[in-house]
Design a protein around this ligand. Sequence first.
Ligand code: SAH
Ligand code: SF4
Ligand code: F3S
Length: 476
Amino acid sequence: MPPRRYHLTSYGCQMNKLDSELVESKLRQRGYEAAADEASASVVLLNTCSVRQHAEDRVWSKLGKLRQRKRSEPGLVVGVLGCMAQEHKRYLLSRMPHVDLVVGPSAFGDIDATVDEAVARNAQIAATRERARTKHEVAGAGVLAVGQGVSGDAIRRDVRVRPHRSQAYVSVMRGCNMPCSYCIVPTTRGDEVSRPIADLVDEAQRLCDDGVTEITLLGQTVNAYGRDLTGQNATLARLLRALHEIPALRRLAFITSHPNFLSPDLVDALAELPKVARYLHLPAQSGSNAVLKAMRRGYTVERYLARVEQLLARAPDFELHSDFIVGYPGESASDFEATAALLRRVGFAQSYVFKYSPRPGTLAAERDDDVPEAEKERRNQVLLQIQEELTLARHQALVGRTVEVLVEGPSKVAGRLSGRTVHHRLVHFASDDLDLVGTYVPVRIREALGHSVVGERLDATAAEASAHDPVEVQRA
Ligand code: SAH
Ligand code: SF4
Ligand code: F3S
C-alpha cells in the first residue's frame, strides 16, 4: 500500500497549533506521513478557529476550493478539526457535504482511528464510483466526532513532533469557565480541565531531555490553572516553581493570563524565578468601565491598573502585553478614548487589537452590533498607531544594549537570523550559520524598527552583564 500522506493546516491560536502537533503525533504513530504540500496529500485536515467571523470565513472559502478538488479525486479525505467543528457540528456537513470528518477538540485522542475509518470508506466510494462512472458527489457520509470521545489530553505526547528544536508549548489546561459576553471559546473548548502538576513536570522533562530549553505553558486563563483540581493545591505559581527545577530548562513563559487571577502568590513566583520570561500577556480588552461591565470581564480599569502596579512593584523588569476589542456594542467615542488612554498609561510593549465580531450564541450577539464597520476600522487603526509608537520607544531605548536571543531560524531578509529575548522581542542579526538555531546568543542592538530590532552578534562573555536588564521606558 502506498504511504498515506496527510497535510494539516492550523487556523487558530497557540492552543490550536499545539493540538495540531498532537494530532500529527497520533497520525505518525499510525503510519501516516506528512506530505510535502497539500496537493500531494490524500488526507487534508484543517484545524479551525471560531473566535471571529474572519477566521471562519477563511476556512469556508478553503473548503469551497477543496470541493473542486474532490470532484476529480473522490478518495481524498477532507477533515475539519477544532473549534469550528465543535461549534457547527452537523451544520458543517450539510453546508459542505464533501467534508468527511468533523472532529472537535475533545475527540482528538483517537483521531487516528477516525481518519483511518474515513480513508477506508472513501477508498470504497472511489472504487464504486469508478465502476458506475457516476459523477455524483457522495454526500452525508461524514463522520461526526464532537463533544465526546477521547480527549487530546489522553495523548501521551511524542515529544519529537514539534516545530522547533529548543522551544515547545505545553498545554496545562483546556477550556474556559469565564463568562465574557462576546467570546465563543467556552462553547468550543468546554469547561476548564487542568492537568496534574506531576504530568506536566513529566512532559516538560521529556521535552527537555530531547533538547528543549524554552517552554511556553498554554491555557485560555493560564493563571487560573488548577482551580478545578480540588484538594491538590495546584496553582500556576506552584507549577512554575516545580518546572523551574528542571536543570536543562532556561526559559519558562505562559499565556494567556486573566487580570482576576494575578494573585500575590503568582507575583512572588514571577519576581523570584529567574527562568520565567519577563512579559505578561494580560488582556485588558477595554479601558472603559461601562464596556468592561457589559463584557462581563469582572474587573474595573482601576483594579486592572492596581494589579499591574503590584506586579511591577515586585518585578519591575516585566513588560505587559494586551488584547483589545474595539467597537463592542454600545462602545461610545468616549469609551474608546478611555481605551486609548489605558494603552498609553500602561505603556504596553505589545497589543493585539481586534474589531468586535458577533459570535452566534453569545450574550453580546443579542445586542445590536451598532458601531459601524468604518468606525471600528478607525478605532482599530488609532490603537495600532499608539501601540506602534510605544513599541518603537521601547525599541529605541534598547539601542546600544546587549540582549540574549534564543535563535529561532532564518529571518525573511537573506543573510540574517532571528530570535526572541526574555521579553519576547523579535531580534534580527547578520549570520547565516544555521547551527546557531536553538542556541542563546548575545546581540548588541543597533537599530530600532516598528516590530523588531536589529543588532550584531557578540561573543558569549560580553552578554553576561546586561542580558536581563529591564528596558526603562517612561510611562505616562
Ligand atoms: N483567553 C484569552 C484569549 C482568548 S481569544 C483571554 O481571555 O485573554 C483571544 C482574543 O480574541 C481575546 O483576548 C479577545 O481580545 C479577542 N476576541 C475574543 N472574542 C472576540 C470577538 N467576538 N470579537 C473580537 N475579538 C474577540
Ligand atoms: Fe474567552 Fe474570556 Fe475565556 Fe478569554 S477568558 S477565552 S476572552 S471567555
Ligand atoms: Fe480560536 Fe479555538 Fe483558539 S476559537 S482562538 S482556535 S481556542
